[in-house]
Design a protein around this ligand. Structure first.
Ligand code: GLU
Length: 502
C-alpha cells in the first residue's frame, strides 16, 4: 500500500434522504481524499431491493453536489462517468461467492425464516447471544449435514442463502485510525449471510468485494459499522487480499446526549436546505462534528479549501459529537456577514422574482429588482438576517407595502397629535431635494426641537408606517432606501389605517 494513490468512497444505500450523519461521512471521505491528492468515489449500495426508494440515488448525489462534494470519475480504468451501482454488478459477487464455496469458506443454508426465528428465541431464552446454529454446515466442513441432504434440497429447487463459515477459535484484531486497536473473539461472530435467496449479495459481502476491486485505501464510515469489521476482515483473509485502513467516526448526538434522532429536530440535509441554510455553513458545521484543528486554534469558520488543507483523521475524536443547531445558526450569520454582495444578489433575486409573481408591489419593479437597490437593502440588513432568503422575506417592506401595523407598537407610540405631526412633517419630506438619511434626520430634528419635542415622537411612528414593524435598521437610512415617493405614500395611507384602528 506504500505509495499507493489514496482512494476513499461514500457508499450510501438509496433508501431516502441524505442524513446529516451521511453528509459528514461523505465530507470526511472527500476532505481526506482531496488533502491526499487522491480520489473520492460514490458507490450506490442498492442490494437490499426492498428498501430501495425511487429517486433517492439522484437526490443523494444532488445534495452532495449542493454541498460541494463532487465525486471523481468512478470507474477505475476508464469507463463512464457516474457512481458505481451495486445492482449492476451482481455477476461479480456471484463469481466471488462461488470461489468461497469451492474453498469451503462458504456453504448453502436452507433454513426457513420461521426456523431461524425459533432458534433465535430459544437461544435468547437460554441466555446466549443469538447466532445461526449451523444446522446446514456440511459434514466435510466440520458440520453435521450430509452432502446428500444438501443435494436433495438443491434438486428440489428449495430456496437457500449462502453463509460464510467463521473459523472457530480465532480472534480478529485490527487498528482503527480513530479508535486504536480493536479486538473481537470469533465465538461472537455469526456465520454471516453472503448471498440472499433473491440472488443479491448482502451489504457485507458486496462492500468487501467492491472495496477491494475499487482499490480503496481508506474506509471512513460511521461507528455503527465497527462491529461488522470482523466479518469483513475474515472475508479479506479468505480471498488473500490486503484490507484497507479503517476509521470509524463518532456518533452524532442530540444536545441531551441521546443518539441524534428525528424526534429532536431535522436530520435530513434537505430539511436544512429548505430552511435556507447555505452550503458553506452546513459544510463548516458538519466538518466540526467530531473534528477539530487542535489546541491553539480559535478558528471556527472554515472554507472547503481550508478544511481540505487542515483535515486529518488523527484529529477526529472518539467521543460522540453533539449536534447543536445554535452553532449552525451562528455560523450561517458569520457567512452572511462576510459573503460578497453579488453572491447574495445571485441567491435572492430569483426569490424576489418569485414573490413578485405572486404579490403586487406598488414600487417600480425595475428599481426594486436592480442590483443597485438590492445592494442597499443588503447593506442595511446584513447584520440582521439569519438566512439569505430573509433579505426578501424578513424585511419584505423593502419591496411590498406593509399589510398591517404592529398593534402593540401603535398603541404605545401614538398620542393625540401624532397624526397631525406626521402630516405636517410629510410636507417637509416632500419638499426635500435630496432624500438622503442625513437630510431627513436634520429636517426631523429641526421640526421637533422648536416644538419642545423629542425626535422619538416621530421616529417610531415613521418606522411603523413605512415598514409595518417596530424594529429594523437605522430609520433614516431605511427611508432613504425606500425613496421619497414610497415613504410619503405609506405615511399618508398608514395614518388613515392607524387612525381607524386607534
Ligand atoms: N451502505 C452502507 C450505509 O448505508 C455503507 C457502510 C459503509 O460505508 O461500509 O451506510
Amino acid at each position: 500500500m506504500v505509495g499507493q494513490r489514496v482512494r476513499t468512497r461514500f457508499a450510501p444505500s438509496p433508501t431516502g434522504y441524505l442524513h446529516v450523519g451521511g453528509l459528514r461521512t461523505a465530507l470526511y471521505n472527500y476532505l481526506f481524499a482531496k488533502k491526499m491528492n487522491g480520489d473520492f468515489i460514490i458507490r450506490i449500495e442498492d442490494t437490499d431491493q426492498s428498501r430501495k426508494v425511487e429517486g433517492a440515488q439522484q437526490n443523494l448525489i444532488k445534495t452532495l453536489e449542493w454541498a460541494g462534494i463532487i465525486a471523481d470519475e468512478s470507474p477505475l480504468h476508464g469507463g463512464n462517468y457516474g457512481p458505481y451501482i451495486q445492482s449492476e454488478r451482481l455477476g461479480i459477487y456471484a463469481g466471488y461467492c462461488q470461489q468461497l464455496l469451492e474453498d469451503r469458506h462458504a456453504y448453502y443454508c436452507f433454513a426457513s425464516p420461521e426456523e431461524l426465528e425459533e432458534n433465535r428465541q430459544l437461544q435468547i431464552k437460554q441466555g446466549f447471544q443469538p447466532k445461526y446454529n449451523r444446522k446446514w454446515l456440511p459434514e466435510e466442513m466440520g458440520g453435521s449435514m450430509p452432502s446428500s441432504e444438501i443435494r436433495k434440497k438443491m434438486e428440489a429447487g428449495a430456496p437457500y442463502v449462502i453463509r460464510m463459515k467463521v473459523p472457530d477459535y480465532v480472534s480478529v484484531w485490527f487498528e482503527d485510525i480513530i479508535r486504536g486497536p480493536v479486538e473481537f473473539d470469533s465465538a461472537t461472530i455469526d456465520d454471516q449471510i453472503l448471498m440472499k435467496s433473491d440472488g443479491f449479495p448482502t451489504y457485507h459481502f458486496a462492500s468487501v468485494i467492491d472495496d477491494h476491486l475499487m482499490e480503496f485505501t481508506h474506509i471512513i464510515r460511521g461507528e455503527e459499522w465497527l462491529s461488522s469489521m470482523p466479518k469483513h476482515l475474515l472475508l479479506y483473509e479468505f480471498f488473500g487480499w490486503e484490507a484497507p485502513k479503517v476509521a470509524h467516526l463518532p456518533l452524532l448526538l442530540n444536545p441531551d446526549r441521546s443518539k441524534l434522532s428525528k424526534r429532536q429536530g431535522d436530520v435530513a440535509v434537505e430539511d436544512y436546505i429548505r430552511k435556507g441554510y447555505s452550503s458553506d455553513a452546513i459544510v463548516n458545521f458538519v466538518a466540526m462534528l467530531g473534528w477539530n484543528e487542535g489546541e491553539g486554534s480559535e478558528q471556527e469558520v472554515y472554507s472547503m479549501q481550508q478544511l481540505i488543507d487542515k483535515f486529518s483523521l488523527e484529529r477526529v475524536g472518539k467521543a460522540g459529537a453533539v449536534f447543536n443547531v445554535d452553532k449552525l445558526n451562528w455560523l450561517e450569520k458569520q457567512y452572511i456577514k462576510n459573503r460578497p454582495t453579488d453572491k447574495i444578489i445571485e441567491v435572492i433575486k430569483p426569490i424576489l422574482h418569485g414573490e413578485l409573481a405572486e404579490k403586487e408591489s406598488l414600487m417600480p419593479r425595475e428599481v426594486i429588482t436592480s442590483d443597485a437597490y438590492l445592494e442597499k437593502v443588503i447593506e442595511l440588513m446584513r447584520e440582521r438576517v439569519g438566512f439569505e432568503h430573509e433579505f426578501i422575506t424578513f424585511s419584505s417592506y423593502f419591496f411590498f407595502e406593509p399589510q398591517s401595523y404592529d398593534e402593540e407598537a401603535v398603541k404605545k407610540r401614538w398620542v393625540a397629535d401624532t397624526n397631525d405631526l406626521l402630516r405636517e412633517f410629510t410636507v417637509i419630506l416632500e419638499s426635500l431635494q435630496e432624500f438622503t438619511a442625513e437630510n431627513i434626520e436634520a429636517n426631523l430634528k429641526e421640526f421637533v426641537t422648536p416644538k419642545g419635542l423629542k425626535a422619538a415622537v416621530l421616529i417610531h411612528p415613521l418606522r411603523i408606517l413605512s415598514s409595518g414593524v417596530s424594529f429594523g435598521p437605522s430609520l433614516y437610512h431605511m427611508l432613504e432606501v425606500l425613496g421619497k415617493e414610497t415613504v410619503l405614500r405609506r405615511i399618508l395611507k398608514g395614518i388613515e389605517k392607524v387612525s381607524f384602528s386607534l
